[in-house]
Design a protein around this ligand. Structure first.
Ligand code: SF4
Ligand code: SF4
Length: 304
C-alpha cells in the first residue's frame, strides 16, 4: 500500500470560472481512473457533480468558524457588542445574523457581563462518493456560508486518505477559481498544477496572477490554453511570456464538443465521434494525461 508521501497531487486551476477547467479535469479523471482519486475543491460549482452523479457513501460534518450566541438571561442590553461588530452581524434588537458573523470574538471580548458564547456550528459537509470512475471526494456548504480554505483542506486530506486505502498513486484536485484563500488551499503541497486559461486580455491577466501564486509556492505548472483559436495573437503572447517557467503543453481550439459533453453528462473523452476536430481534442487531452504520469514518474499502465 502507498505511503501518503508517495501519493502525488495534481491541481487543475484557472484564474476564474468558465475557462473549461471542469471539462479538462473530468476528462483527465476519466482517463486516469486506474491511478487516481478525484477531489472536488471547487466547492461553489457543482459541475463535476453533474458529470459524475456521485452516490454518497460517507458523510462528515464540517465545522467552519465559530459563531456568537447571546444569553439573554445575562444580557443587560448595554449595546457594546452591537457597536463593536464591524461585520454588521448584530442588529439593534441584538439578533445575530449567523451568516454575517465571522467568528472574530470581539463581541464576546467587550461584553461586560460575559453573556456571549462562541459556539461551533456545522457549516457544511464533505463526502466520499462512488462514481463510474471510482471514488470522488466533494463538499457542500450550508446556504449562505462561504467557501473556505479550511473546507478545501479537509476535502484534500480525505482524498489522500482514500487514495492510500485504494492504493492509488494520484489525487486529482479540481481547484477553486481565483487567487483567494480556497485556491491557495487547493494548491499548497501540490506536486504539479495545470492552469487552464483563455486567450483574452482578462484571461491573460488572471493567468499571470495564478502563475505568481505557483512561483510563491514553488509548484511546477503547465499551461493549457483553451479556445486557443478565438485570439491567436494573445495565445502567442501567452506562450512567449510564460513559456520559460510554465510550458504551454496544449492549445485546444473552440469546439462544440465541450457543450455537448456537459449536456450528455459525460466527459469530453467519453464522447463517441468520428469528427476529426473532436478526435484531435481527445488525443490532446490523452497526451496531457500521459504527460502528468511522466512528469510525476508514475509508471504508465498503458490503459488508455
Ligand atoms: S463574533 Fe465578531 S463577527 Fe460575530 S457577532 Fe461577534 S463581533 Fe460580530
Ligand atoms: S455586550 Fe453583552 S450585555 Fe451588552 S448588549 Fe451585548 S450581549 Fe448584552
Amino acid at each position: 500500500m502507498s505511503d501518503n508521501t508517495d501519493i502525488k497531487q495534481v491541481t487543475v486551476i484557472s484564474g476564474k470560472g468558465g475557462t473549461g477547467k471542469t471539462s479538462l479535469i473530468s476528462s483527465l479523471a476519466y482517463l486516469l481512473q486506474n491511478y487516481s482519486i478525484l477531489a472536488d475543491a471547487d466547492v461553489d460549482a457543482a459541475d463535476l457533480y453533474l458529470i459524475f452523479s456521485p452516490e454518497k457513501s460517507e458523510k462528515t460534518d464540517y465545522y467552519g468558524t465559530k459563531k456568537a450566541v447571546i444569553d439573554f438571561d445575562k444580557c443587560t442590553k448595554c449595546m457594546k457588542c452591537y457597536e463593536s461588530c464591524r461585520y454588521g452581524a448584530i442588529d439593534q434588537e441584538l439578533n445575530i445574523e449567523i451568516v454575517r458573523c465571522e467568528g472574530c470574538g470581539l463581541c464576546k471580548h467587550v461584553c461586560p457581563v460575559d453573556a456571549i458564547t462562541m459556539i461551533e456550528r456545522v457549516s457544511g459537509n464533505y463526502f466520499v462518493s462512488d462514481t463510474r470512475i471510482g471514488k470522488m471526494i466533494h463538499a457542500r456548504l450550508v446556504p449562505g456560508e462561504e467557501s473556505s480554505g479550511l473546507l478545501v483542506a479537509e476535502v484534500r486530506k480525505k482524498a489522500l486518505q482514500v487514495a492510500k486505502e485504494k492504493n492509488k498513486s494520484l489525487v486529482l484536485i479540481d481547484g477553486s477559481p481565483g487567487i483567494g484563500c480556497p485556491v491557495i488551499s487547493s494548491l499548497s503541497g501540490s506536486h504539479l498544477a495545470i492552469v487552464v486559461s483563455e486567450p483574452t486580455i482578462s484571461g491573460k491577466h488572471d493567468l499571470e496572477r495564478v502563475l505568481e501564486l505557483l512561483k510563491q509556492f514553488n509548484i511546477p505548472g503547465f499551461i493549457v490554453v483553451n479556445k486557443s483559436d478565438i485570439n491567436m495573437e494573445i495565445t502567442q503572447e501567452i506562450e512567449d511570456k510564460f513559456e520559460k517557467d510554465f510550458p504551454v503543453i496544449a492549445k485546444i481550439p473552440h469546439n462544440h464538443i465541450f457543450t455537448q459533453a456537459m449536456i450528455e453528462k459525460k466527459t469530453v473523452v467519453e464522447i463517441d465521434s468520428e469528427d476529426k476536430s473532436v478526435k484531435d481534442i481527445q488525443e490532446t487531452i490523452e497526451n496531457i494525461a500521459k504527460l502528468i504520469l511522466e512528469k510525476l514518474k508514475i509508471s504508465n499502465k498503458n490503459t488508455f
